[in-house]
Structures are given as structure tokens and as C-alpha cells.
Design a protein around this ligand. Structure first.
Ligand SMILES: Nc1ncnc2c1ncn2[C@@H]1O[C@H](COP(=O)(O)OP(=O)(O)OP(=O)(O)O)[C@@H](O)[C@H]1O
Ligand SMILES: [Mg+2]
Length: 328
């Protein structure tokens, strides 16, 4: 990619626990272009939120970033001081947290929660912050008169839109959305994603969009990265990821849920369970569940590499043997 907004390179994050070290994010590399929606999918526990928190450097012990770079606008934010990070967060990159409905403080009116972000990260006066908060409510279709209400006075979908408004508060260039609509019914879910998409078109920010729901992700993302047991195993344009998946795990994901259109197909799913990250085997992490496993898969580490234009996979079945290639 020629001018990415963010380039994540070989990001490694470990949880250092009494039971042992868990490498929940292993050499993860991807780029996101300005205005692009990059989806990150994979089954529960594969490391999606770990990546998200690390990009904002909001991870807390026992999580430690143990390697890699996160280049944003040409600078490695992993090298930023705490003060630089404070200026960076919300101004340049913001986040809608997983179970965002609970991210609002129940004992404070919404006005205070907007002021908290706006006054902490800018030089705005309280009056200016309240004015901006009213504008932000309007952006997410909530009447400004509701500014003094408490979170419990809003519906679940409205609370979700409030959290999105807070993430938009300082016009960031990128927003991480970690399962932004999971707790909502499908109709509200779709409304909110359409709203997010319209806002993205209007304001031009990039989105790192995390969800379990691959069909929603295909609909709302430009490109998709699939994670498995702490590794990014495939990256492809959204349409191709289910129509023509490379990695056997992605193929398995595609045959795990019914297509919305076309003839009925037999659902096969993926046999076995995700890896216990305390017991990583030699070679490919997916080998025990893979129907196409070869002796090489049991011996040689995998690494994400380019297979075709815009197509990346870490599967030994595709492309040249591991070589140092640029990932974009
Ligand atoms: N505080 C912690 N201590 C030890 N291990 C942790 C901790 N937090 C997360 N992990 C491990 O890191 C791995 C990745 O967790 P993470 O929350 O990033 O997954 P996820 O893909 O976001 O899952 P989900 O879809 O359920 O939200 C998991 O195996 C989890 O057990
Ligand atoms: Mg998560």
C-alpha cells in the first residue's frame, strides 16, 4: 500500500501470567489506508481485542507489547512518551470498546462524559465542550436536549450511538470499533453500522472493525484480516474472503454458516477447538484442525506473505516458501 494511515508491523503482545506466558498476538502485520474499513475477524480468544488495545496502548499488565512497530502518520507510536500518547489518543485514534453500552459511566450525565474527553484532551473551556457535545449528539441523531440525561435514560442502541459520538469527539483519523453492535438486535445493529458508514464517508476516518459476524463484516469492510490463535492468517478484499478463501481456516469459516442467497449448502464447520495458547505446537498453529495438513506444516513456522495482488496468507500451501516480503 503506497500511503497507509497506519502500518502495524510484526506486533507481538504477551500476557505474562503465573500459568506461563501467553503470546496472544504473534507477528501481526497489516496496513489501513485513509478512509478504509479494515475488518478483523476470528473466533473468540484469537487476539482481536488484544490487537485493538495495543494499537491505542491501552493494554494493561499482565499484557505487554514485546515487539513490533505501529507506524501512524510516519511515526512509531510504540515509542511515544505517555504525554505524547495522551495527545494522540482520541485526537488521532479513538476506540469504541467491546460491550460499549457498559462503557458509559452510569452515575454521570452524558454531558460530563463528553466534557471529560473534550476538556482532558484539548484546551476547550467547559462552555465550548458542551457546545461541541450538542453538535456530536446531533451527528448521531440524538436530540441535544438529552445532553443532561443519564445513560440509563437511553435505549441500548442510543447508548451505542452515544459511545460512537464520544469516539468522534475530536475528529480522529482512525476509530477502532471492537464489536460495536454485538449486544443489539439485528435491525438496530444494521442501522448503527449504516450510520457509522455514513459518518466515515462524511468525515473520512479509517475504521478497524472487529466482529465475530463475518457476513456483517463482509458487507461493511473494504478488506478483511482473519486471525487464528494470535496470528493474522489471511488478508483479502472483503468480497474475496468468502468467495475465494485461501487459508483452510478461512475456508472452514465460510462453510460454517449458511449463505443468504443461492442454493442450500451443507454446513461443515471446523473440527476441533482453538489452540490453548500455553501449548503452541511447532509449525503451523492450525495444523491439528487442518484437513490439508502436510509434514511441512508440523515443522516450519508460518509467516504472512503476499500470494497475489492484495491477497496475503500464511498457509504453507500457497505461494513461495517463506521469504521476507513486504505486507500491505
Ligand atoms: N488478562 C489476561 N491474562 C491472561 N490471558 C489473557 C488475558 N486477557 C486475554 N488473555 C488471552 O489472550 C487471548 C486473546 O484474548 P482477546 O480478548 O484478545 O480475544 P478476542 O479475539 O478479542 O476474543 P473475543 O472475540 O471473545 O472478544 C485469549 O486466549 C485470552 O485467554
Ligand atoms: Mg474481544
Amino acid at each position: 500500500m503506497s500511503n497507509p494511515l497506519i502500518s502495524v508491523r510484526n506486533l507481538c503482545v504477551d500476557y505474562i501470567t503465573d500459568a506461563g506466558d501467553v503470546r496472544a498476538c504473534n507477528n501481526v502485520s497489516f496496513d489501513i489506508a485513509p478512509g478504509e474499513v479494515f475488518g478483523l475477524a476470528g473466533e473468540s480468544g484469537c487476539g482481536k481485542s488484544t490487537v485493538a488495545f495495543s494499537l491505542m496502548r491501552l493494554h494493561k499488565p499482565p499484557a505487554f507489547i514485546t515487539g513490533g512497530e505501529v507506524i501512524f502518520n510516519g511515526e512509531d507510536i510504540l515509542q511515544y512518551s505517555d504525554k505524547q500518547m495522551q495527545a494522540f489518543r482520541w485526537n488521532e485514534m479513538s476506540m469504541v470498546f467491546q460491550s460499549a453500552m457498559n462503557a458509559l459511566n452510569p452515575v454521570l450525565p452524558i454531558s460530563e462524559q463528553f466534557c471529560d474527553v473534550l476538556m482532558h484532551h484539548t484546551t476547550m473551556s467547559r462552555k465550548q465542550a458542551l457546545k461541541r457535545a450538542e453538535g456530536l449528539l446531533e451527528i448521531v441523531d440524538i436530540h441535544p436536549s438529552r445532553l443532561s440525561d443519564y445513560p440509563h435514560q437511553f435505549s441500548g442502541g442510543m447508548r451505542q450511538r452515544l459511545v460512537i459520538a464520544i469516539a468522534l469527539a475530536l475528529n480522529p483519523k482512525m476509530i477502532i470499533m471492537d464489536e460495536p453492535t454485538t449486544a443489539l438486535d439485528v435491525v438496530v445493529q444494521r442501522e448503527i453500522l449504516q450510520k457509522i458508514y455514513a459518518l466515515k464517508e462524511e468525515f473520512g476516518f479509517s475504521i478497524l472493525f472487529i466482529t465475530h459476524d463475518l457476513s456483517l463484516m463482509v458487507e461493511f469492510s473494504d478488506r478483511i484480516g482473519i486471525m487464528y490463535s494470535g496470528e493474522l492468517i489471511e488478508v483479502a478484499p472483503a468480497k474475496q474472503i468468502l468467495e475465494n478463501p485461501f487459508h483452510p481456516y478461512t475456508q472452514g469459516l465460510g462453510s460454517s454458516f449458511p449463505p443468504l442467497t443461492g442454493p442450500k449448502t451443507k454446513l461443515t464447520g471446523i473440527p476441533g477447538n482453538p489452540l490453548n495458547l500455553l501449548e503452541i505446537p511447532q509449525g503451523c498453529r492450525f495444523q491439528a484442525r487442518c484437513s490439508q495438513v502436510t509434514p511441512m506444516c508440523r515443522q516450519t513456522e508460518t509467516q504472512l506473505r503476499q500470494i497475489e495482488a492484495q491477497r496475503f496468507s500464511n498457509c504453507h500451501l500457497f505461494g513461495e516458501p517463506i521469504a521476507q516480503q513486504k505486507v500491505s
